[in-house]
Design a protein around this ligand. Structure first.
Ligand code: PMP
Length: 355
């Protein structure tokens, strides 16, 4: 039996997707060739790329709205600098809600001035800042929708008159938002989409081409758009698996359906964290809690050995928290079933009885 995989990323993917992906590695499209040994220029792969790009826009409700979807390489970390390369002329604003925002800020500072519009760094990122003033004249404002390490998630996105850019690596396709509020969205594949190795970038074409600097081709979103996301050899396997996952999501009923599942899973686990006297949540305000990554710890570390033994024996994987937070982190990405969350909740109840 498969483990209950609460890993933060790379993480759980739908079993049917893994099955199809493994078949395509042996024999893709009935070609008697592997997906990973055919030309990326072949009609069969170009169809995959086109379909993946189309599905990404469809799930975000951004078809025929002037947006382009790209599957690039270098991870979300590459987007930290590509964003600045393509948009930062003088001054950009960043909302600092975690390690990944912090890293994005560091890269942007190589290209121009960075204003930290708001930050929760002083409280080890245990909340989402609100009620901040956004200065005028920014080239763009950058935020991180879900903070994978700390387990916080933005619910109310800033209203701006400058381009709004968002790192959605760990909650893309998990909830319905008005995605047309954003001018550029990026997300590493390895949470809700596919294996590590490709990054989805969704960008509104009209906001590009505003900086005066010369941009190397590989760093230039316009170049990738002009080549239909095939400027160089794309990460064929990660793009294919992402396409399969996006098809799976569509068959399931799309983002609105998965959001209902995600809400139920998060409610089940957070209710137990709040009810069970042995545990406490990490996030300061309940409204900032992430539906993707729940961070919590034992009130009394004396129970650690028993708890760790119980969840390991129950077939749970990937529950240890990030070293900068400690405790536990249950990542409940799209492909995780509510039954797996129930197994974790049962273990939490069991340890309470034993204590
Ligand atoms: N942003 C967020 C929100 C992340 O969770 C991560 C990685 N988990 C990254 C950026 C960095 O992604 P990558 O490792 O693909 O560069």
């Amino acid at each position: 039996m498969k483990k209950h995989n609460f890993s933060a990323g790379p993480c759980i993917l739908p079993q049917s997707v893994l099955q199809k992906a493994s078949e395509a590695v042996l024999n893709f499209d009935g070609l008697d060739l592997s997906l990973i040994e055919i030309s990326h220029r072949s009609k069969n792969f170009v169809n995959v790329m086109d379909r993946a790009r189309e599905l990404a826009l469809e799930h975000l409700g951004l078809q025929n709205k002037g947006y382009q979807a790209l599957f690039l390489q270098g991870g979300a970390s590459m987007e930290f600098l590509m964003v600045a390369f393509n948009f930062l002329e003088t001054r950009a604003g960043y909302i600092n809600t975690g390690t990944w925002s912090d890293k994005a800020i560091k890269e942007a500072k190589l290209f121009g001035d960075v204003v930290e519009v708001a930050s929760s760094k002083g409280a080890n990122f245990n909340y989402i800042p609100k009620d901040y003033q956004i200065p005028s004249g920014l080239d763009y404002l950058h935020c991180t929708s879900n903070n994978t390490i700390f387990g916080t998630q933005i619910n109310n996105f800033p209203e701006t008159d400058c381009p709004l850019i968002c790192d959605m690596s760990s909650d893309i396709f998990s909830r319905v938002l008005d995605f047309s509020k954003f001018d550029l969205i990026y997300a590493g594949a390895q949470k809700n989409m596919g294996p590590a190795g490709t990054t989805l970038v969704v960008v509104k074409e009209e906001v590009l081409g505003q900086v005066s600097r010369k941009i190397p081709s590989m760093m230039d979103y316009k170049v990738h758009i002009s080549k239909d996301s095939m400027f160089n050899t794309p990460a064929v396997f990660p793009v294919y698996v992402s396409m399969l996952t996006l098809e799976w999501l569509k068959e399931l009923g799309g983002v609105a359906t998965i959001e209902k599942n995600n809400n139920k899973k998060a409610e089940l686990l957070y209710n137990e964290i709040d009810r069970n006297p042995l545990f406490k949540g990490f996030v300061a305000n309940k409204e900032d809690r992430s539906k993707m990554n729940a961070t919590f710890s034992l009130v009394n570390e004396d129970h650690k050995l028993d708890f760790d033994t119980l969840w390991t024996e129950a077939g749970i994987n990937g529950l240890n928290g990030h070293r900068s937070v400690g405790g536990y982190r249950a990542s409940m990405y799209n492909a995780l079933s509510i039954e797996s969350v129930q197994v974790l909740v049962d273990v939490m109840k069991e340890i309470e009885k034993k204590a």
